[in-house]
Design a protein around this ligand. Structure first.
Ligand SMILES: Cc1cc2nc3c(=O)[nH]c(=O)nc-3n(C[C@H](O)[C@H](O)[C@H](O)COP(=O)(O)OP(=O)(O)OC[C@H]3O[C@@H](n4cnc5c(N)ncnc54)[C@H](O)[C@@H]3O)c2cc1C
Length: 554
């Protein structure tokens, strides 16, 4: 996938069938589905693929135990349906990119036997709904068993309940969707923002003005239908297409903090089922670190990145402290991130707290402008959301000769070579002086594309160098991301091609210059461009540290 090639194809295409706006999970999912059905598709992303919410989630693939509880308590069949959808989709997410998604055991500490019984019954029902053999069934653990699984849990617990959901690398999963769409014929462009629309004589959308934010140039795109997949930013595009629309999105901010692995010392996660203010908080192992989150607060100004703030850090540290033997402090926080949930506000529900709104999705067709908007949803159901949206595209375009939805059993880039011999690949890695553990970590990022990475490592011994002594990332990955994954900025690389930005800010700062050197060589940056890029990213990280009031551990 190369940005210049994408720009050239764009210039030589008169009119696309479908222009998808927004390259998060929703937009990438729609682009893939529509491409596989036989449409000529272009995907336009303002920032980077997965650059907003879709790389800043809790990374759980779930039916939603919380929704099940509410469904049962309130006899709410709508919520029950959502749980079932989530559980069905969980299976496709794992099956279609097994290197990027896996089952995760989640343990809920229990302080009274009655609580244990309550959660056990609830989780058995959750298991019955799923009936998926990839996920072991739930179990009620004794105190001794729970502490054997997670030795850092507070020994005040009476027992614990364990169940399984899925976990994914959200940024790389988004990228795999984009790559799969591109491989099958879609044009995909990051760092390009839709700024306005053009209408035909009937008032229907016929074109869009797009600004290439890297070249600072305007591009004109014609398409038969425009699909708004901009998540929490969806209202902006809806108003551009039709200023008379009512707002539908109530963005809600959620943050995570990241701690060293010793605070959990386990490959299993902990769920704190009820915080003082009635939320769920997860403590999750993710790539040798521990993620803790999340919060849920209304957020107005979507132009500003929802970065981690000091009081949010304190809230999460205080919330988890009673459940663990070690009490983490601000000094232990190595990084953090915030995202915006694209919650839908039903027109009649104005004024309700975002916590009580449904995380459902809706496909809205504006009959005046013809804009199709995919609103709301969650990562877990991205495929179903894309399927529903592409049905709306079918109904709108009525194009002859298109196919039915293909995405249920469609293996994504990185998972397409089912014959891929990981043990052989491991041997190559070991011969390049990589440990088996490092080979496995790389496989979990690149899947069957690992062979290309090995070739890059053989090109120049410098590419075998580690970015940072505490992490397994190698310089070859900078080359790979620049050549094949459309990483165009330092942040594209550090935050989404690898995940160092959400794992450890100091390590990013320490390795930034050598990454910029290699990226600059690959992308043809001048010395001034490189220095500007470094300065820009350094000041962003400083801003993060100041906002979260986290001490720089350099
Ligand atoms: C804190 C948090 C935790 C979460 N945890 C989970 C979880 O564990 N499991 C789960 O299933 N779900 C989870 N979710 C929900 C899930 O992350 C989101 O529902 C999903 O990522 C939304 O994807 P999206 O593509 O709709 O939006 P986004 O990922 O935000 O993508 C929208 C894209 O549109 C682009 N865009 C905006 N304007 C324009 C324009 N003018 N031109 C071109 N592009 C534009 C943006 O740059 C952005 O990349 C969580 C959400 C949050 C905030």
């Amino acid at each position: 996938m190369n940005r210049l090639t994408q720009l050239n194809t764009l210039k030589t295409t008169d009119c696309f069938d479908v222009c998808v706006i927004g390259g998060g999970a929703s937009g990438a999912g729609v682009a893939l589905d529509a491409t596989l059905r036989g449409y000529k598709v272009i995907l336009i992303e303002k920032n980077d693929f997965g650059g907003e919410t879709s790389s800043r989630s809790t990374k759980l693939i779930h039916g939603g135990v919380r929704y099940l509880e509410q469904a049962v308590k309130k006899f709410d069949f709508g919520q029950l349906k959502q749980v079932r959808h989530g559980l069905a989709e969980r299976r496709f997410l794992l099956q279609n990119a097994p290197h990027l998604a896996k089952p995760l055991a989640i343990i809920t500490p229990v302080f009274h036997w009655f609580e244990g019984l309550y959660y056990s019954i609830g989780l058995k029902i959750y298991g019955l709904f799923s009936q998926d053999t990839a996920f072991p069934s739930s179990s009620w653990l004794s105190k001794k068993q729970a502490l054997a699984f997670i030795p850092t849990l507070s020994n005040r617990l009476q027992s614990a309940v364990m169940y399984y959901d899925g976990q994914l690398d959200d940024a790389r999963y988004t990228l795999a969707l984009v790559q799969s769409a591109e491989k099958n014929g879609a044009v995909v462009l990051n760092h390009a923002a839709v700024t306005s629309f053009e209408m035909d004589e009937n008032g229907k959308l016929s074109g869009a003005k797009v600004v290439d934010t890297l070249a600072e140039k305007e591009i004109q795109i014609s398409a038969r239908v425009f699909v708004n997949c901009t998540g929490p930013f969806a209202d902006t595009i809806r108003f551009l297409a039709n200023p008379n629309e009512l707002p539908r999105i109530r963005p809600s901010k959620g943050v995570h903090i990241v701690l060293p692995s010793r605070f959990l010392a386990s490959n299993k996660a902990v769920l704190i089922p009820k915080t003082e203010d009635g939320r769920l908080v997860f403590v999750i192992p993710f790539q040798q670190k521990v993620l803790i989150g999340t919060t849920d607060t209304p957020y107005e100004n979507t132009e500003n990145e929802p970065i981690l703030e000091e009081e949010e850090v304190s809230y999460l540290l205080e919330t988890v402290a009673p459940y663990f033997t070690q009490k983490p402090t601000k000094k232990d926080v190595e990084a953090g991130f915030g995202g915006l949930r694209p919650l839908i506000s039903a027109k009649s529900r104005e004024g309700k707290q975002t916590k009580t709104l449904l995380r459902d999705h809706e496909v809205e067709v504006d009959t005046k402008s013809g804009l199709i908007s995919l609103l709301g949803g969650k990562w877990t159901t991205y495929r179903l959301m894309a399927e529903d949206t592409t049905h709306a595209i079918d109904a709108f375009l009525k194009k002859e000769g298109t196919r039915a939805c293909q995405t249920k059993n469609f293996r994504l880039v990185g998972a397409q070579n089912v014959q891929f011999d990981f043990s052989n690949s491991q041997n190559i890695g070991v011969s390049l002086d990589l440990t088996r553990e490092e080979c496995l970590e790389m496989y979990q990022r690149y899947g069957d594309q690992l062979d290309i990475l090995w070739e890059i490592m053989k090109e120049d011994s410098r590419y075998l160098n580690k970015l940072h002594p505490d992490f397994s990332y190698r310089l070859a990955e900078v080359v790979y991301a620049s050549r094949y994954e459309m990483a165009m900025t330092l942040r594209d690389f550090f935050a989404r091609r690898i995940r160092l930005e959400i794992l450890n800010w100091s390590a990013v700062k320490e390795s930034m210059r050598q990454v910029a050197d290699v990226m600059g060589e690959e992308l043809g940056w001048t010395f001034e461009m490189k220095e500007l890029e470094i300065k820009k990213y350094e000041s962003l990280l400083e801003n993060f540290e100041v906002s979260a009031s986290i001490v720089d551990k350099q």
